[in-house]
Write a protein that binds this ligand. Structure first.
Ligand code: ACM
Ligand code: ZN
Length: 545
């Protein structure tokens, strides 16, 4: 029988069965009773249970040995015992993790999980799939397995199942702005864990802004000394009259050592970090330290208010490109992922219109206007990244004035930018504010903590489909996936990040993973009720449904 500590629905189910004079049997479980989030592609529930005991062995293929250790470490705090890990032969009472190239039809991230009364087998063509099979195994166990203290009265059983599973999209992202409010390394790691638990695989780390620069760059020490700190922060909403400030300095930055630690942590969880270094706009904090690469020469302060700032990098000055390429060289050393995000959004052209250097550049390059100057800027950075074997991704404004070759587009102002880019043969990540901006209110603003505005309830998030019907089949292949955004103007603490991101990010995770025709909001909310118990054990301050 399922542990009595499992979810309400199963208790109600069991009590109903008892009341009707019938013994609850595992055979009565159906796929709908199992709450794996995101929902797996194929699941067959058989009768019986597998039970993890102190004597259960973890058996792991040598090439993915670290996953065996990870599984043992994942289970031991709640179980109060550590399972033995070895690469021995299959035995009874074992959980086996195995790389099986014959399963390549499941794709790079797919897996098969088979549990009978005697053993569990998780096999996949590659390590990522084994890792996702482990996440599924964890969700087949009672929610207590997510706790950090031993739960002695729980029986660690899972139903006998056969699962075959793989993702719909290869880009399943979550973003976090650590500039408007700095977030400590420990929280960034927790956020990565929460991403991985729901089988998402990209962490878009928004590292530079008008209000703060968050990555130490050795070549430019003033970025950490000056650009990482602001004098004070706006209290209340940007639109409030009169504006009020807290009078408290705010800031912080990550050292190279910390970044390496986070990158390794993410890598171990099959999460690729996409660092964002904003240009040419959203750059006032950098200009506060290096005003010589602005159009006017400054002086500037790290911004203490939100919104769009007019101080941007000078596109006519070679020193700007030297600076940004040197910054990116250090970024490339720290972040091994294919994509580097260069922002490109919300760059006012006011300073460029009045700058002799910028106007000279327009003339010399035969450009039409300041939009083409921005395009020139991004194309230069794209060439630099391409020459360094990386790919540029930017917000959809990078389409204006002409899209750089090989650039991928993150479509945030709706889907139009993404559709245009896909039609041009460019890769696209859908991130429209209408469905993926988790800084928006999730319910009646009168009853919610302060947010930037908008309204994005969880059912709207869930309803989103990232593949626009107006694209033909070949163009649709360019939709890499979908991403949720957490901008932190009004999110000063990790607890509030959790409140804003969850459970909306759970809804997005299912869109990112589960085939569109298998999504069903009622089934999702039933699974989510179970999943929220897991988030309770993980001390996540999610918004209650
Ligand atoms: C954005 O929200 N400015 C990308
Ligand atoms: Zn200029």
């Amino acid at each position: 029988m399922l542990s009595m500590k499992t979810a309400n629905w199963s208790m109600i189910f069991i009590l109903a069965m008892l009341a009707s004079g019938c013994q609850p049997k595992q055979a009565d479980l159906s796929p709908g009773d199992i709450s794996i989030l995101p929902k797996p592609v194929h699941i067959k529930v058989n009768s019986g249970l597998f039970e993890i005991t102190k004597d259960t062995k973890i058996l792991v293929d040598p090439e993915i040995g670290s996953l065996g250790e990870m599984l043992s470490t994942m289970l031991s705090p709640s179980m109060g015992f550590a399972l033995d890990v070895s690469d021995g032969n299959p035995v009874r009472n074992s959980i086996r993790l195995s790389v099986n190239p014959s399963l390549e039809d499941l794709g790079e991230e797919g897996y098969r999980l088979t549990a009978d009364k005697n053993r569990v087998l998780i096999e996949a063509p590659a390590g990522a799939g084994v890792f996702y099979g482990m996440q599924t195994l964890r969700q087949l166990l009672p929610a207590e397995v997510f706790g950090d203290a031993a739960s002695e009265d729980v029986r660690w059983t899972i139903p006998c199942v056969e699962i075959k599973d793989y993702p719909r999209f290869k880009w399943r992202g979550m973003h976090l702005d650590v500039c408007r409010h700095f977030m400590p390394v420990e929280f960034v790691k927790k956020y990565i864990d929460l991403i991985a638990i729901q089988k998402m695989n990209r962490f878009h780390w928004h590292l530079t802004e008008d209000q703060g620069w968050r990555i130490d760059i050795r070549r430019y020490p003033k970025l950490a000394e000056i650009s990482a700190w602001r004098d004070e922060t706006l209290v209340g909403h940007y639109n409030d009259e009169p504006r009020k400030f807290d009078g408290q300095p705010h800031g912080g930055f990550y050292t190279h050592e910390e970044i390496r630690e986070v990158v390794a942590y993410a890598n171990g969880r099959y999460v690729t970090i996409v660092p964002e270094i904003e240009m040419p706009g959203h750059s006032q904090a950098a200009l506060a330290a290096y005003p010589e690469i602005s159009c006017t020469g400054g002086p500037f302060k790290v911004s203490t208010i939100w919104g769009i700032r007019k101080e941007v990098y000078c596109a006519g000055n070679e020193k700007t490109f030297e600076f940004l390429e040197n910054v990116l060289r250090e970024v490339l050393e720290l972040f091994p992922g294919e994509y580097i995000h260069v922002g490109g959004d919300e760059c006012p052209k006011d300073r460029w219109e009045e700058c002799q250097k910028c106007q000279d550049r327009i003339r010399q390059e035969g450009l039409q206007d300041e939009h083409e100057l921005q395009s020139y800027f991004i194309k230069r950075m794209e060439k630099f990244l391409h020459d360094n074997n990386r790919r540029l991704i930017g917000w959809d404004e990078i389409l204006e004035g002409g899209l750089a070759p090989n650039a991928a587009v993150m479509s945030w102002r709706g889907e139009a930018g993404g559709i245009a880019a896909a039609r041009l043969g460019h890769d696209v990540v859908m991130a429209p504010y209408s469905h993926t901006y988790f800084d928006y209110y999730q319910a009646d603003p009168q009853k919610e903590p302060l947010a930037i505005g908008g309204l994005l309830p969880i059912d709207t998030v869930y309803a989103y489909d990232p593949v626009p019907a107006e694209l033909d089949e070949q163009q649709q292949q360019h939709i890499l996936g979908v991403q949720g955004q957490v901008w932190t103007e009004y999110i000063p603490t990790p607890e509030k990040v959790e409140y804003m991101a969850f459970p909306r990010a759970c809804a997005l995770a299912e869109t990112a993973w589960t085939p569109a025709d298998q999504k069903d909001y009622e089934t999702f909310t039933a699974a989510l009720l179970q999943h929220l118990k897991r988030l309770d054990f993980l001390n996540v301050n999610y918004r209650k449904l």
